[in-house]
Design a protein around this ligand. Structure first.
Ligand SMILES: Cc1ncc(C[n+]2csc(CCOP(=O)(O)OP(=O)(O)O)c2C)c(N)n1
Ligand code: SF4
Ligand SMILES: [Mg+2]
Length: 280
């Protein structure tokens, strides 16, 4: 089956309510391309991956509408609870490729504790964060990755706190695959997503997804630069993470695989789960 027809199968007939031009469209396209490529490759090598072997979980927010536009089984979950739901699916059927989709509010505010612990657990699943540095669906309030001084109806004097650095947080929490990409670069994003899905362990992909309506200040596309994949070198990864602090938009912003390491995954460490996987 050719990639285009698999991509068509991944679409739905639901009316799309994202704002015209929103980079979420590009993330959707990147995800479809990636799954279609993996399925086609699987077919070539004996039908190893089917569309049915993927499952998705979303939070609540603009990002989460991807659930309506991507024809995969899964759960349109609760705000901030993507990862425990995704982990539950993975525990129930370890053979599934589980993809979690969160917004920055979803992942780093309400869902922060799940983010840290899932980096530690290293279950073999992929976590995709659409980071637009705002709670966009609820009209643009500041999230933990919004820059200081960002003014909203809820923060009329401007965001008071320094943002968190999710890349650094993932690294210190034990994530075995940490990457950043730009939604608008579909080819690069698809390459990163493919690597993330193929990675054995918890893969975290932070996608810069500029909202067109909220927190539209400085566009930092010009600051992005692509890096070579960094395997196993934590010192280098921390330096790359430090280059952009999510506050000063004039800094250089590395995109690509910032860190990848080969470590035992949850299924291997947890015998009961491992045996359950063998029985299916
Ligand atoms: C537990 C809970 N808290 C708050 C909300 C309200 N809420 C729904 S969407 C949303 C904002 C989502 O922001 P983000 O995760 O960044 O996604 P975006 O809309 O920016 O894609 C909020 C606060 C909710 N639905 N459930
Ligand atoms: S409000 Fe922003 S994130 Fe939401 S659909 Fe519109 S452009 Fe996209
Ligand atoms: Mg957001």
């Amino acid at each position: 089956m050719i990639i285009e027809s698999i991509k068509q199968k991944l679409g739905t007939k639901n009316v799309n309510t994202w704002c015209p031009g929103c980079p979420n469209f590009m993330i959707l396209e990147s995800v479809k391309r990636t799954i279609a490529k993996l399925v086609e490759e699987g077919e070539k090598s004996g039908g190893k991956i089917r569309v049915e072997d993927f499952a998705m979980v979303t939070g609540i927010g603009c990002h989460a509408k991807i659930f309506d536009y991507l024809n995969l089984s899964g759960i349109y979950g609760l705000h901030g609870r993507v990862l425990p739901t995704a982990l539950g699916i993975k525990l129930g059927n370890p053979k599934l490729n589980v993809l979690g989709f969160s917004g920055d509010g979803d992942a780093y505010a309400e869902g922060m504790e799940h983010f840290i612990h899932n980096c530690r657990y290293n279950a073999d699943m992929t976590y995709i964060v659409h980071d637009n540095r705002a709670f966009s669906l609820t009209t643009g309030q500041a999230t933990p990755t919004s820059q200081q001084g960002y003014k909203t109806k809820s923060e009329p004097l401007g965001e008071m706190f320094e943002p968190i650095n999710p890349i650094k947080l993932a690294l210190v929490s034990g994530a075995t695959f940490v990457a950043r990409c730009n939604a608008k670069d579909i080819t690069h994003t698809s390459e990163i997503l493919e690597k993330a899905i193929k990675h054995k362990g918890f893969s975290f992909v932070e996608i810069i997804q500029d909202c067109l309506i909220f927190n539209v200040g400085d566009n930092f596309d010009k600051n992005l630069y692509k890096i070579e994949d960094n395997k196993e070198d934590m010192g280098k990864a921390m330096k790359l993470a430090d280059e952009f602090d999510y506050n000063h938009l004039n800094e250089k912003v590395p995109i690509g695989v910032i860190y990848q390491a080969d470590k035992p995954v949850l299924n291997e460490k947890w015998k009961i789960l491992c045996d359950a996987g063998k029985k299916k």
